[in-house]
Design a protein around this ligand. Structure first.
Ligand code: PAF
Length: 282
């Protein structure tokens, strides 16, 4: 396993794989890896000649300083986990100055309102920050395929738009959400939950599945307010949003259309830890 800290080191290795016409799979992460990330890496290994994992906690996508400071980090363990999957994976772990060529900055994009919905209402400029760093990584690695989790579905749609805007030729592969046994979607932030709250978080996925069943029974008789009250009733749990939106535009529609797909999105703030999840309804 090769761990690079500079773009120059990456360039030299990538030039070699470009020369050999190898398919490059990129798995961008912020580290503190869990089974969700490992499933992305395994998927990338199956479909590419060479796989790069990037580990970088990107400051420009955090609108809250405390959130950035508290974000879990464990590079040593991350490298161990990656090595366990395969010794042939390359890792890029740049410093802020290295990846941003100096001080971190944010590029503003026009995402056709995709960035203003759901997470966007609670995290100003979050998606511009994600797009800024992801565009940098795409331009550096020029991957054939890039891997992201369905848990961050809104992020995947932003990235699809980003590659159109930046005219970057690659395939965005969305891999299924990996869950705890109780249904809680895996996230690096779960490490910040108490065991009691982690157990209680099963209520989130349970309600998403309930919503999916109810939607397919009678989509015009859904009671989101009842679900919100049930979750808000749990000690330490506070709903930030629960919305059903068009799967492509991510906009709420006044009336569900027969031939469109819809997805439910939820964010629950558990004692300061934001847990997000979503489910395709039809
Ligand atoms: O999903 C994440 O971990 C981050 O948003 C990403 C894509 C690595 C960009 O920093």
């Amino acid at each position: 396993m090769i761990v690079c800290r500079t773009k120059q080191e990456v360039f030299s290795l990538i030039n070699e794989s470009n020369r050999l016409n190898q398919a490059l799979g990129l798995v961008p992460t912020m580290g503190s890896l869990h089974r969700g990330h490992l499933s992305l890496i395994s998927e990338a290994l199956q479909h590419n000649d060479i796989v790069w994992v990037t580990i970088f906690v990107n400051p420009t996508q955090f609108n809250n300083k405390e959130d950035l400071t508290n974000y879990p980090k464990n590079l040593e363990n991350d490298l161990k986990l990656i090595k366990k999957i395969s010794n042939s994976i390359n890792v890029f772990h740049p410093s802020e100055t290295e990846i941003y060529d100096g001080k971190p900055f944010l590029k503003k994009y026009d995402f056709n309102r995709l960035d203003l919905e759901l997470e966007g209402k609670f995290r100003a400029d979050h998606f511009n920050g994600v797009a800024t760093i992801v565009a940098k990584l795409f331009k550096l690695f020029k991957p054939s395929n890039a891997y992201f989790g369905e848990k961050d579905y809104q992020q995947t749609q932003i990235i699809n738009r980003l590659i159109d805007l930046e005219k970057i030729d690659l395939k965005v592969i969305i891999c299924p959400t990996i869950r705890e046994e109780n249904g809680l979607a895996l996230s690096s932030r779960n490490k910040l939950l108490s065991i009691k709250n982690k157990n209680k978080s099963s209520i989130i996925y349970k309600n998403l599945v309930f919503l999916q069943k109810s939607f397919n029974k009678n989509r015009n008789k859904l009671n989101l307010e009842k679900i919100k009250s049930e979750i808000n009733f749990v000690d330490d749990f506070k709903i930030e949003y629960l919305e059903i939106v068009n799967n492509k535009s991510l906009q709420i529609e006044l009336k569900f259309k027969e031939n469109e797909s819809y997805r439910a999105f939820i964010c629950v703030n558990v004692n300061g830890v934001r847990l997000i999840d979503n489910i395709l309804l039809n």
